[in-house]
Design a protein around this ligand. Structure first.
Ligand code: SF4
Length: 235
């Protein structure tokens, strides 16, 4: 975390909109180079540790970068294994961020298994609020969003202004396809969540993630019982 003060949000907005236009066709490395150069220690990368593609890419340009992980208390062991591998093998500092309430306290206040009744509320407490709090320490954050993942992500810009948090949001691999990701994993021996070898197409918290059938949309296994595609941190 950087001790320096946050930058003026209006300045950040103008910077983001300009860089978004200029870097639209730039390589992911160039986009990260810009963000790391512009924001220094006030730039971080977020990861859900489904894989370590973005963390690897960012750390190759900005070694020492902080990686924010939303530790909901409801992750698969396989996800925590990827976190541990990243911690041991890549030049990054992993910062695991926890919600204000433990799962037990949430159960006590809102009833057991809130995710089965109100996943939006659960995601808000366990993901959105903790991320909002963590991002107070940065001016810019990178996420692994890709346009080909879903309709809601089709308009992702490589650099944008996150108006809710008043931060610059960077999506270096927005234009990548799944094939690009697979090629990067193969070329760089990237740690990948073991669950992908067991029928999962996308990995989140265990109560809200199921396997997908061959040919099914990879994200269909997330919140499958609800009309919900996103946890809320990217809305
Ligand atoms: Fe809760 Fe499910 Fe959201 Fe995890 S993904 S925070 S368990 S609703």
């Amino acid at each position: 975390m950087s001790p320096t003060n946050e930058r003026d949000p209006y300045e950040l907005r103008d910077l983001a909109l300009r860089a978004g236009r200029e870097l639209e066709n730039a390589t992911p490395h160039r986009i990260v180079e810009w963000a790391a150069g512009e924001f220094g220690e006030r730039f971080c990368v977020t990861s859900s540790f489904a894989d370590a593609v973005l963390v690897h890419l960012v750390s190759s340009v900005a070694p020492g970068v902080e990686v924010v992980f939303l530790d909901t208390g409801l992750h698969f062991d396989e996800t925590l294994d990827v976190r541990e591998t990243v911690r041991r093998t890549l030049p990054v500092t992993v910062r695991s961020v926890t919600p204000a309430r433990t799962v037990g306290r949430q159960d006590g206040e809102f009833g057991p298994r809130l995710w089965d009744r109100s996943p939006d509320e659960c995601c808000h407490m366990r993901k959105v609020e903790p991320l909002d709090n963590a991002l107070a320490d940065y001016d810019a954050w990178a996420a692994g969003l890709r346009r080909d993942e879903s309709k809601s992500r089709a308009g992702t810009r490589v650099v944008d202004f996150d108006a809710n948090r008043r931060k610059v949001k960077v999506a270096p691999i927005a234009s990548w396809t799944q094939s690009d990701v697979d090629a990067y994993i193969a070329a760089n021996d990237i740690p990948v969540n073991e669950l992908f070898n067991r029928g999962y197409g996308s990995v989140g918290c265990w109560p809200c993630t199921r396997r997908v059938a061959p040919g099914e949309d990879p994200r269909a296994g997330r919140w499958a019982m609800f009309d919900k595609e996103e946890c809320g941190i990217h809305l």
